[in-house]
Write a protein that binds this ligand. Structure first.
Ligand code: GBH
Length: 437
């Protein structure tokens, strides 16, 4: 295996699934060929997106999917995680696009791994409404019936935690609501949608079902009781609140009472057994006691008045996005998960891991990925059952509120010409995959 200064990468088990990830809204473009999503509405409002852009064209993957599948085949990945756009499926011919994409992936020997919701809710729907969960299950049935003969691995939702926090509590993502703790029903309805989707998928004969949740080990800013308490609260809100209903069938203490509807009955649906659990990992969070001024971390302003503050991790190199590079955070997260959930934890898959850096000769990205794969291997050597790893992302793409400014791709996209150019990291990952085969 090609190595860095740290030597060759250790060998991963036979059958380990190597992949790359993308999402529909961030790469497809062709916004005129589908219904609008909440992200189209949000990005049309002044001041929402840093560079004032929209994803109307993005990487134009909708028209260039054949070229992109060739890039996947050239990379030699076993699987490709993409997302299905619900507003596109709602439009005439929309499902046909995914039908062709899945055919092309199968022909190229790449396993399709669709995510059924990656934040692009049809405009007009609202996660504060319970009905959205039922509508989601109907849409999932339509997709499963069309693609199920060729898709053998499914993801229901991407990061309901981030969609709740950023989109409904803080308002820096679509749909731009600033409800703070009143955003919790949006979390419950997404979790319910997940459970209903698992049932709908199984009813349609689908197998190998998972979810992709974002998780970050939470580090208290100090050993002071106030910091430890604040960090525990943050850990509950961003990690446990989204893992425990799924894995244990209950909310962390005190949360269930804040959720709408017949929560006990819903929890039975939410805890529908999963075949595997997906973890998106970028960096740990350092969290301390509340301060009385607004703070900004990782490009996101947190209002004063929350029971915690997120602090910058200072003693680490950072990516272009300002996110700290902490590979051992991944080992800590995974071994911690195993300790917390033990026999209730299904096999894990790293459904996203990656970083934003400029440039075609992206040695920093190679170093980031290499170090995180070593950290992952360490967790596996310690007994954590991890079955796959997906790099975020195949292509540079539209990074939500950041617009086109952040480049996470193994492949560079020139947004003026839409030309794709594999970066050094693409060649590095290809070498790694061929050595691991
Ligand atoms: C994912 O979100 C999304 O699924 C994907 O669509 C997106 O493009 C990708 O990541 C890259 O952003 O406290 O400074 O360390 C991940 C969202 C990543 C948000 C880690 C909080 C911590 C920043 N989270 N981030 S910092």
């Amino acid at each position: 295996t090609p190595g860095t200064s740290a030597g060759p990468l250790p060998r991963f088990p036979d059958g380990f699934l190597w992949g790359v990830s993308t999402s529909a809204h961030q790469i497809e473009g062709a916004a005129d060929a589908r219904e609008p999503s909440v992200w189209d509405v949000f990005s049309a409002e002044a001041g929402r997106i840093k560079d004032g852009s929209t994803a109307a064209v993005a990487c134009d993957h909708y028209h260039r999917h054949t070229e992109d599948v060739a890039l996947l085949a050239g990379l030699g990945v076993g699987a490709y995680r993409f997302s299905v756009s619900w507003p596109r499926v709602n439009s005439p011919g929309g499902l046909g696009f995914y039908d062709r994409l899945v055919d092309e992936l199968c022909a190229a020997g790449v396993r399709p791994v669709p995510t059924l919701f990656h934040w692009d809710l049809p405009a007009g729907l609202d996660w504060l409404e319970r009905d959205t969960a039922e509508r989601f299950a109907e849409y999932v049935t339509v997709v499963a019936e069309r693609l199920g003969d060729r898709v053998g691995k499914w993801i229901t939702l991407n990061e309901p935690a981030e969609h709740t926090l950023l989109g409904h509590a803080l308002g820096v993502h679509a749909p731009g609501r600033q409800l703070l703790f009143d955003a919790l029903p949006a979390a419950h309805h997404q979790l319910l949608a997940h459970g209903l989707a698992v049932r709908a998928l199984r009813a349609a004969g689908a197998a190998d079902i998972g979810i992709a949740n974002s998780h970050a080990p939470t580090w208290p800013a100090s050993r002071e009781a106030a910091d430890v308490e604040a960090a525990d609260f943050y850990d509950m809100l961003l990690n446990r609140l989204f893992a425990e209903p799924l894995l244990l069938g209950r909310y962390p203490e005190g949360v269930g009472e804040l959720m709408p509807g017949d929560v006990e009955a819903d929890l039975e649906v939410i805890a529908e057994p999963l075949d595997w659990y997906g973890v998106n990992y970028y960096a740990p969070a350092r969290v301390g006691a509340p301060q009385d001024t607004d703070v900004e971390v990782g490009g996101i302003a947190l209002p004063a008045g929350l029971p915690f503050t997120v602090r910058q991790i200072e003693d680490r190199p950072v990516t272009d996005f300002g996110w700290p590079v902490v590979p051992e955070g991944l080992t800590e997260l995974l071994t911690g998960f195993r300790e917390r959930y033990r026999d209730r934890l299904p096999p894990l898959v790293i459904t996203e891991n990656g970083c934003s850096y400029e440039g075609l000769d992206d040695q920093e990205r190679i170093a980031y990925l290499d170090a995180h794969l070593r950290a992952l291997h360490r967790a596996m050597a310690a007994g954590v059952d991890v079955r796959g790893y997906f790099v975020w992302s195949l292509l540079d793409n539209w990074e939500w509120a950041e617009g086109y400014a952040r480049r996470f791709g193994l492949v560079h996209v020139d947004y003026a010409t839409l030309e794709r150019t594999p970066k050094s990291s693409y060649h590095w990952y290809r070498g790694l995959l061929s050595a691991q085969r």
